[in-house]
Design a protein around this ligand. Structure first.
Ligand code: NAD
Length: 305
């Protein structure tokens, strides 16, 4: 089975460089009309230029594909809405949204100006929210949509100097979780990609060129294309890098039940090993399932099944 996107329209944010560029080239090569959104700034988000986006459009057109450039700043809802209106006027539908645009402002938390926290959250979280909001009703009306949030191991697990980035990257996981619940009946699937690749974002973290050579954007893009395929998964965090593919899952331990008399902080600490015990842990698919689990344990203690 070959994955194709003929007749589909995709928006890839931050598609002028790195992973976004590679995603856009792959989607276009498989038949999608692609919007190459890019503000064209530096790695820290300063500046702007249309050069990178125009170069990717030229590359796609030279290969026989269709693309348009757009310079909207994803952190600005009015610019994003104007982009979506432009796409609808030209191509009449939007099937795929890849929220990929991103910047870095790394510093240990104590040294980080709060403005750097704000800006990173604005681009990664609000950028994804703005773009998703702008296409959501269109996808609902079409009864079809595929959305990807770009998360990161820095958000899922933490990385020194990246409180701002990590917070925003985990926030998009929470965003995805509810979008999946709300989008299911409209044929909209949402997933997260947690990539690791050699791009200008990572060039100074991994100095060994031989290792960088293994971390191709193409290896990540294979995962992205799978996520936005018609038969792709829903509500998954796909981690991809250097040819490795894995799924991050949040499990909740079965936990314990304490009677009202036992509900003291001392008892919570004394039972930590049981609270932490992974036996019978579960992947919960909605917040209410946790409430149900706890209420069922409490009810059982009263003899209510
Ligand atoms: P990159 O810097 O090469 O590309 C990011 C692109 O986003 C740039 O072209 C930039 O101009 C664009 N951009 C930045 N702010 C924008 C804005 N406000 N509006 C529109 N465009 C904007 O970086 P990359 O490594 O290709 O990263 C792509 C995504 O993957 C990012 O979300 C990043 O956080 C994430 N990521 C990358 C890695 C990695 O190993 N490279 C790891 C984890 C997550």
């Amino acid at each position: 089975m070959t994955i194709r996107f003929d007749g589909q329209v995709a928006i890839v944010t931050g598609a002028g460089n790195g992973l976004g560029r590679c995603h856009a080239l792959a989607l276009a090569a498989r038949g999608a009309k692609v919007v190459i959104n890019d503000l064209g700034g530096a790695r820290d988000g300063s500046g702007a230029s249309s050069d990178a986006a125009l170069a990717v459009v030229a590359e796609i057109e030279a290969a026989g594909g269709e693309a348009m450039a757009n310079g909207a700043n994803v952190a600005k809802f009015d610019e994003v809405q104007a982009m979506v209106e432009q796409v609808m006027a030209k191509w009449g539908r939007i099937d795929i949204l890849v929220n990929n645009a991103g910047i870095l402002r790394d510093k240990s938390f104590g040294k980080m100006p709060i403005e750097d926290f704000d800006l990173v959250v604005d681009v990664h979280l609000m950028g994804a929210a703005n773009c998703t909001k702008a296409v959501w009703d269109i996808m609902k009306a079409q009864n079809y949509g595929r959305i990807v949030m770009t998360s990161s191991s820095s958000g899922i697990y933490g990385n020194f100097g990246q409180t701002n980035y990590g917070a925003a990257k985990m926030a998009v996981v929470g965003f995805m979780n509810t979008l999946c619940i709300e989008g299911e009946k409209y044929g909209i699937k949402t997933n997260c990609l947690a990539p690791t690749a050699a791009t200008r974002m990572t060039e100074d973290i991994i100095p060994d060129q031989r290792v960088l050579d293994l971390m191709t954007p193409e290896s990540v893009t294979a995962g992205l294309v799978a996520l936005v395929a018609e038969d792709g998964p829903n509500r998954s965090i796909l981690c991809a890098g250097a040819g490795g593919y894995a799924r991050t899952v949040v499990y909740e331990t079965d936990g314990i039940y304490l009677t009202p008399e036992e509900q003291t902080p001392e008892n919570v600490l004394a039972n930590w090993d049981k609270i932490d015990d992974a036996t019978n842990q579960q992947e919960l698919k909605a917040g209410w399932m946790q409430t149900n689990k706890f209420v069922a344990k409490a009810a059982k203690s009263l003899g209510i099944e």
